[in-house]
Structures are given as structure tokens and as C-alpha cells.
Design a binder for this molecule. Structure first.
Ligand code: ZN
Ligand code: ZN
Length: 249
């Protein structure tokens, strides 16, 4: 049997690719901050896009930090849902489906310059031309289906927030929506979150930073008990299988 280890994780981090992410959120800056905090696993979850995730993973190569590629989808209902994947997952088909369902870029396209695609050495390699700040035309059910069809884990983002959350937009967490977990923002302590939302859903409750600036990285983390930092192990922890666990840290 494989030995289980504790992994401290912040699985909701934006980069300079997100229109609202600070331009200082470059791969090396994200990796340096995560390592300085002693994090073991992070996920790169830009709004409706994922082009920088591989660069952050490359920047972390050899450091012991695991970087999961991901994204934060905005559904038609304007609810945010995180999709988390294993390193190396080819997300191009998923991104093609997302871009196909984004609104057209307004004629005033000055904001596009802020959607910076970078390489592992923090060099600018391009700009994402899509309207990433918009909501997709994907319903919450379609978004969850799309993430699952690419082998991902689905987490409803910041359900305590008054906007852009599944509860603020739908009024409840549909029991037939196949989420794997729900997340609360750092605005609540984990105990406050459990008191407020524990009875609303049987899903595991997570709390991550939703960092848009380097100093926000790691302001909320979870501790996973896993054999290795892989998505399948995280899935087991969310389901409480084979001794894998997740708890606030
Ligand atoms: Zn969000
Ligand atoms: Zn976010």
C-alpha cells in the first residue's frame, strides 16, 4: 500500500491571462510565492481560458510544487465553476468549446491587451483574443458536463459571494448538478462556511484564495492526505475513499 502524505493546496489562482488578474501574476512570480508559503499543489484557473497553466507548470518543474491546469468557467447563468485537471491534459478541445460559446468581442477591444499569454520565463508570447470577461452560453449543466468529459473535477466557485456564484445566480445548489465539491471564499473562516453552507449541500466544502494578486496566493488553503499529487488522488479525497482526506489548513 502506498504511504499517504499531507499536501497543502490552493486550487484557485488566476494569472495575468485573466482580465482582472494583476499583470504581476506571471508564472515565476506565482511559483515563487507558492513555494515561499510552502504550498505543495496549486491550480491555475483563469477566467474561461487556460493558456498560461502549462507555463506555470514549467516554471515549477523541479521545485516540488505541483501545478494543476484548470480554468474558471462563467456559465450562462453567470455562475463560476472551476475545472481542475491533471498536468499534461490537452485542454485545447475544451477551450475550443468554451471560445465557441463566448460572446463576440465588443468593437472596443482595448481590454484584450490585458489578457497576456506568457511562457515559463515570463516572456509575453501573445494575447488571448476572446472576450474572457464575458459569460459563456454554456449552462451550468453543460459546463459541468464539458469539464467531466475532459477528465476534470468540478468545483462551484465562492458560493458565499453575492455575485457570480451558483447560489447567488440560481438561489440554490441543484442536487442533480454533478459537482464534485463547492468552494467558499477567504471572506469566511472554514467554520463560518460550514455553519452557513454545510446543511445546503452534501458536497465537500473547500476554501481557496481566488488570488488575482501575488500577495493573495495561499490566503486560503486545504490540506489533502494523498499518496501523490494527482487528480485521481484528489478525487478520492473528495469522496473520502481509500483513506484519502481533505480538511482545512
Ligand atoms: Zn469567480
Ligand atoms: Zn476566480
Amino acid at each position: 500500500m502506498m504511504e499517504l502524505r499531507r499536501f497543502r493546496a490552493d486550487l484557485h489562482i488566476h494569472t495575468c491571462l485573466s482580465p482582472c488578474g494583476e499583470l504581476t501574476m506571471y508564472p515565476r512570480a506565482v511559483v515563487e510565492k507558492a513555494r515561499a508559503l510552502g504550498l505543495d499543489i496549486i491550480a491555475v484557473t483563469d477566467h474561461n481560458a487556460a493558456e498560461n497553466a502549462a507555463a506555470v507548470g514549467e516554471a515549477a518543474a523541479g521545485t516540488g510544487l505541483t501545478v494543476l491546469p484548470g480554468l474558471e468557467l462563467a456559465t450562462e447563468e453567470e455562475a463560476h465553476i472551476l475545472g481542475l485537471f491533471d498536468p499534461g491534459t490537452d485542454l485545447r478541445p475544451l477551450l475550443a468549446a468554451v471560445y465557441h460559446n463566448l460572446p463576440d468581442v465588443p468593437s472596443k477591444r482595448s481590454f484584450i491587451k490585458d489578457q497576456v499569454i506568457v511562457d515559463a520565463e515570463d516572456g509575453v508570447s501573445g494575447f488571448n483574443p476572446h472576450c474572457l470577461m464575458g459569460a459563456t452560453r454554456l449552462t451550468a449543466y453543460q459546463a459541468v458536463g464539458l469539464i467531466h468529459s475532459h477528465g476534470g473535477i468540478c468545483v462551484a466557485s465562492h458560493i458565499d459571494r453575492g455575485a457570480f456564484s451558483i447560489i447567488s445566480q440560481l438561489g440554490f445548489i441543484p442536487p442533480d448538478l454533478a459537482l464534485d465539491a463547492v468552494e467558499v471564499s477567504p471572506l469566511l473562516t472554514f467554520d463560518e462556511a460550514r455553519a452557513a453552507f454545510g446543511a445546503l449541500t452534501p458536497l465537500p466544502l473547500l476554501r481557496f484564495s481566488d488570488a488575482h494578486r501575488p500577495e493573495e496566493i495561499g490566503r486560503a488553503t486545504m490540506e489533502f492526505l494523498l499518496a501523490e499529487p494527482r487528480l485521481e488522488e484528489i478525487r478520492k479525497a473528495l469522496e473520502g475513499r481509500d483513506g484519502r482526506e481533505v480538511r482545512p489548513s
